[in-house]
Design a protein around this ligand. Structure first.
Ligand SMILES: [Zn+2]
Ligand SMILES: [Zn+2]
Length: 407
C-alpha cells in the first residue's frame, strides 16, 4: 500500500515549484510533443504519461487550481480556494474562521488520517483524468462545502414587502387601510430561543462537541451535528419547532396620507419578521397601488379631466361648471371654469391648486388640467341650418389652408 497519494505535478512536468506560468507552458509543450498519442500510436505507456502531464498542466497552468495544489498537496474541483487557504492558515484544522451564515459548520481536520487513500484510488483517477477517485472527491466536497447544522444564535428578522391596493379617493384624501399580513413573531413559549428546559450533556458526543467519522479507511473528527460543537443540548421548543419564531396572520391597520402616489413605498419600522433571541425585527414595506377613477386621471399631484363644450360656448366664451376632486367621500365636487372666446378642441385650461394635496409638503396642491373637447350641434330644423349657412358666409375662412400649402 502506498502512503498518501499526493501528486507531484511539478516533478511530472520537470519544473521547480517557483516556475513561472511561461516555464510551465514550455515544459508541458515539450513533453506533450514527446508523449502525444498521435506520435506514439498504440504505446500504452506513452498514453499514460501524456495523461499525467496533461493533468499536471491542467492544475499548474490555472492560478486558482495551482494555489489550492500548493496549499494542500493535491487538487480537486470540489475544493474552494478560500477554504483551502483557511485550512492552511488554521494549521491543518478547519475550526472557526467561517462564521455563521458561511459555508456551513466548521470541520475539524485535526484527526484526518490519509493512510486509507491507496494507489487504487489514484489509478482510477488517472483513468478519468479527474485527478482523484470519485469517492475521495465526494468526501472532500462534503467537507469543504459544509453540511450539518449550524450553531444557533440571535438572528435578525427579515424584511417583509406587501403590495396594497388603495382606491383613488383614499389616495387623494387620505384614510385608514386594513391589510392582513403574515409575519413571524417571536415564540412566546421559549421567548425566541427555540429551546426549553435545562441544558443537558449531548447524547451524541457525550459533551465533547466532536464526533469521529469514518469513510472507508479514513477517519476524521467533525463538529458534532447534534449540539453544533457546544457539547450540550436543550430540548427544542414544541410551539415553534425550535425556530424561535412562529408564523401568524395579523390584521394591520395603517394610515394613508392624503396625496399618496401610485408606487409609493411606505416603511413601517420593526413591523417585519421578528428576530430570534432578542435580535431586532425586520421592517415592513408597503408598496401602494392606487386604483383608477372613471373621470379623473392623475399624474403626480395633477388631475387631468376631459370636458365637453358646445361649439357656441367655445366660439363665444362661457362660464361652465366642471367636476373637481373637492367633494365629500367618494363624490366629486364642482367648480366654475371660464372658457375663453375662440377656444379650440384639445386646448388645455389650467385650474391652479385644484389638484391633489402634496403628501410631503402640507398646504401645497397640484393643479387640475381641463382638456376641452368641442361638441358640434346636430341641427335638424331649417332655421338652425339657415343660421349656420349665414354664419359660414360671414366667416369664409378655410382651416385646411395652411395644411394644404405645406403639403
Ligand atoms: Zn418556541
Ligand atoms: Zn454533541
Amino acid at each position: 500500500m502506498a502512503p498518501t497519494q499526493q501528486k507531484d505535478y511539478y516533478g511530472t512536468l520537470g519544473v521547480k515549484k517557483t516556475a513561472t506560468a511561461d516555464d510551465i507552458r514550455k515544459a508541458f509543450r515539450k513533453l506533450a510533443r514527446k508523449y502525444h498519442p498521435d506520435v506514439n500510436p498504440g504505446d500504452k505507456k506513452a498514453e499514460e504519461k501524456f495523461k499525467e502531464i496533461s493533468e499536471a498542466n491542467d492544475v499548474l497552468s490555472d492560478d486558482k487550481k495551482r494555489k489550492v495544489f500548493d496549499q494542500l498537496g493535491f487538487y480537486s474541483d470540489n475544493i474552494d480556494p478560500a477554504a483551502a487557504g483557511a485550512y492552511t492558515r488554521g494549521g491543518g484544522g478547519f475550526g472557526g474562521g467561517q462564521g455563521r451564515g458561511g459555508r456551513g459548520s466548521p470541520v475539524d481536520f485535526g484527526g484526518f488520517d490519509f493512510s486509507g487513500f491507496t494507489q487504487d484510488g489514484g489509478s482510477r483517477a488517472s483513468e478519468s483524468g479527474a485527478g482523484f477517485g470519485s469517492s475521495f472527491k465526494d468526501i472532500f466536497g462534503n467537507m469543504f462545502n459544509g453540511g450539518g447544522r449550524q450553531a444557533r444564535g440571535p438572528q435578525p428578522g427579515t424584511d417583509l414587502e406587501y403590495q396594497v391596493q388603495v382606491d383613488f379617493w383614499t389616495a387623494v384624501r387620505g384614510g385608514v387601510t386594513r391589510l392582513d399580513i403574515q409575519r413571524q413573531e417571536q415564540c412566546s413559549t421559549c421567548r425566541g430561543t427555540g429551546a426549553v428546559g435545562k441544558p443537558m450533556e449531548c447524547p451524541e458526543c457525550h459533551g465533547a462537541g466532536k464526533v469521529t467519522q469514518t469513510a472507508g479507511r479514513m477517519k476524521f473528527d467533525t463538529q458534532c451535528p447534534r449540539c453544533g460543537g457546544a457539547g450540550k443540548v436543550q430540548a427544542a421548543c414544541l410551539t415553534c419547532d425550535g425556530e424561535g419564531v412562529v408564523t401568524r396572520r395579523e390584521p394591520l391597520e395603517f394610515r394613508i396620507k392624503a396625496g399618496t402616489r401610485d408606487g409609493q413605498r411606505i416603511r413601517l419600522a420593526g413591523k417585519g419578521n421578528a428576530g430570534t433571541e432578542g435580535a431586532a425585527s425586520g421592517d415592513l414595506f408597503l408598496i401602494i397601488k392606487v386604483g383608477p377613477h372613471k373621470l379623473f386621471r392623475r399624474t403626480g399631484d395633477d388631475i387631468h379631466v376631459t370636458v365637453p363644450v358646445t361649439a357656441m360656448e367655445a366660439a363665444l366664451g362661457a362660464r361652465i361648471e366642471v367636476p373637481t376632486i373637492d367633494g365629500e367621500g367618494s363624490h366629486a365636487g364642482r367648480a366654475q371654469l371660464k372658457i375663453p372666446p375662440g377656444t379650440q378642441t384639445g386646448q388645455k385650461l389650467r385650474m391652479r391648486e385644484k389638484g391633489v394635496p402634496n403628501a410631503a409638503h402640507e398646504g401645497t396642491r397640484g393643479d387640475q388640467i381641463v382638456e376641452v373637447v368641442i361638441v358640434v350641434p346636430k341641427v335638424q330644423d331649417e332655421r338652425s341650418k339657415e343660421i349656420l349657412r349665414e354664419l359660414q358666409k360671414l366667416n369664409p375662412e378655410d382651416p385646411r389652408e395652411g395644411m394644404l400649402a405645406e403639403a
